[in-house]
Design a protein around this ligand. Structure first.
Ligand SMILES: N[C@@H](CCC(=O)N[C@@H](CS)C(=O)NCC(=O)O)C(=O)O
Length: 202
């Protein structure tokens, strides 16, 4: 049985939980008690020496980094595909997934970690303003790439949306109003059943 070490509030774990639901893959969730620092425990560090979630385990095979896990799921369970069949479609999806991590995920963490978990006195307001500006610039680029399309690559929901969904969940909290095509895309992603089922509480 495939086992996912995860936390209900973890953005990156949510990517994998969404893919598991989309691809209808039977699995077991092992909830890591991050408040109790279980992710820093010797047992967990043996699985994932970086002490982060998600971590996937299957028959003694261990894998971390959400995008690597998503690729493994796609390669081992090609049904309910999240990637297009053609090389160009796949390459474009890989490009968008990478850009999601470097132009949005990093900046989102800078902005929302303090907003969710730290008192205001400990916020680094300068870094947060810089992160917000970078996200706004990225969303303006996505606006042009989306144009009138429903989904970013090909004509169906896929890996790009799986990676973006947990991050765009925080646009309101980050006080970022996306441009119209992105706003409609965000709405489509967040109303997906897999997104609704994995939405973090609060
Ligand atoms: N690049 C990693 C990021 C994973 C990550 O940062 N996970 C957070 C939770 S969303 C975590 O475990 N943080 C604990 C820590 O860094 O100590 C991925 O894509 O899986």
């Amino acid at each position: 049985m495939l086992r996912l070490h995860s936390h209900p509030l973890s953005t990156f774990s949510r990517r994998v939980r969404i893919a598991l639901l989309e691809k209808k893959i039977p699995h077991e969730i092992v909830e890591i008690d991050m408040a109790a620092k279980q992710h820093r425990s010797p047992e967990y560090l043996k699985l994932n020496p970086y002490g982060r979630v998600p971590t996937l385990e299957e028959d003694g095979f261990v894998l971390y980094e959400s995008t690597a896990i998503l690729e493994y799921l796609e390669l081992t369970r090609p049904d309910e595909p999240l990637l297009p069949p053609d090389p160009r479609g796949r390459a474009l999806a890989a490009m968008h997934v990478k850009l999601c991590d470097i132009q949005l995920a990093r900046q989102t963490t800078t902005l929302i970690f303090p907003k969710r978990f730290l008192p205001k006195e400990r916020w680094d307001e300068k870094a947060m303003a810089q992160a917000k500006a970078e996200i706004e610039k990225h969303l303006a680029i996505l606006e042009g790439q989306l144009g009138g399309k429903q989904w970013m690559v090909g004509d169906r929901y896929g890996m790009v949306e799986v990676c973006y969904t947990p991050l765009v969940q925080f646009l309101d909290l980050m006080e970022i109003a996306p441009p119209p095509a992105v706003a409609a895309w965000v709405e489509r992603m967040l109303s997906r059943e897999s997104a609704v089922q994995t939405k973090p509480a609060g």
